[in-house]
Design a protein around this ligand. Sequence first.
Ligand code: NDP
Length: 332
Amino acid sequence: MDLFKPLENQEGDQNRKPASKDVEKVRCLIIGSGPAGYTAAIYAARANLSPLLYEGLQPGGQLTTTTDVENYPGYPEGVTGPKMMDDFKKQAERFGTECRFGIVTDVDFTGPTHKVYVDDGKVIEAESVIIATGATAKYLGFESEQKYMGSGVSACATCDGFFYKDKDVAVVGGGDTAAEEALYLSGLCNKVYLIVRKNYLRASKVMQDKVFKTKNIEVLFERNTKELRGEGVVEEAVLIRRKGESDEAEEIIKIDGFFLAIGHSPNSQPFKKYLDTDDVGYVKTMPGTSKTNVPGIFACGDIQDPHYRQAVTAAGSGCQAAIDAERYLGEK
Ligand code: NDP
């Protein structure tokens, strides 16, 4: 889900300049409310930075769309994504973080303080900004995909694969993520179908070799998924083989889990004009830190991490960002 609403999409007076009463000065502004944002808030609050955190369109972030989280240390019995994010938020608030619902529409990182425009009309002038707006998994977009979200449909094999132990699952995509997810699931599941829309994989050669050598992975080239079916949970997928060709045909595969691995979009839109990003839009940080190319602007969590994308790694980088912000403000 996109965390931002561009100014031109808002109703009313477009590009309005806020009245001075709407300007608020803060030492540390955190944008985003997943594990990275809340962890940054816990650390920043405990460092007396009085952080203000804007939650964005999806308070709690991507974890609120998953069911059980079993791989986050400290929850031996597992925990639901929404409950875990609620716990993070309470912990951040306990130390004085102010959490607000609001969507960042634009930023100006050119001045000595950093201006962040929020859809409630406020302009936050922040001495330091921690960006933790995450990334959004791409979905195919058909109706039953939404219907079975959390009941067979997932965009994270590492998070949810364990629930499909010894079962049959499918992964959609032909890139490195899809290959990686299929390989991960092949170690847990009985059978893994890899559904690829073209007649070749885009994944790196080494990953392809691993996929082809794995006995319980079956690559289904030239297949598009039409829909998912099942009584309350996913039981089968309807595929179209060679869509648009004269020999186009419908196929059904019996599966319990359907994993999307067709890429992620980092939620970096409003920041891109000031921050260095890679080709896809992930914010670049200085190695081993959360520092971006603009002093006082820090990035943590999935917005700067195309590789790990785990709650625990996001939380760790949120901690780094708060410490980097604290040191930056101290030196200033
Ligand atoms: P990619 O953009 O590389 O691949 C996306 C895949 O999804 C493509 O095969 C694409 O098909 C397919 N796809 C996209 N949309 C649809 C759709 N609507 N229906 C069916 N299939 C679709 O994304 P990844 O997440 O795989 O990788 C992102 C980056 O991260 C890459 O640079 C990758 O190399 C890197 N990465 C590296 C890893 C590693 O080194 N271990 C692990 C994971 C990622 P098509 O080919 O037809 O366009």
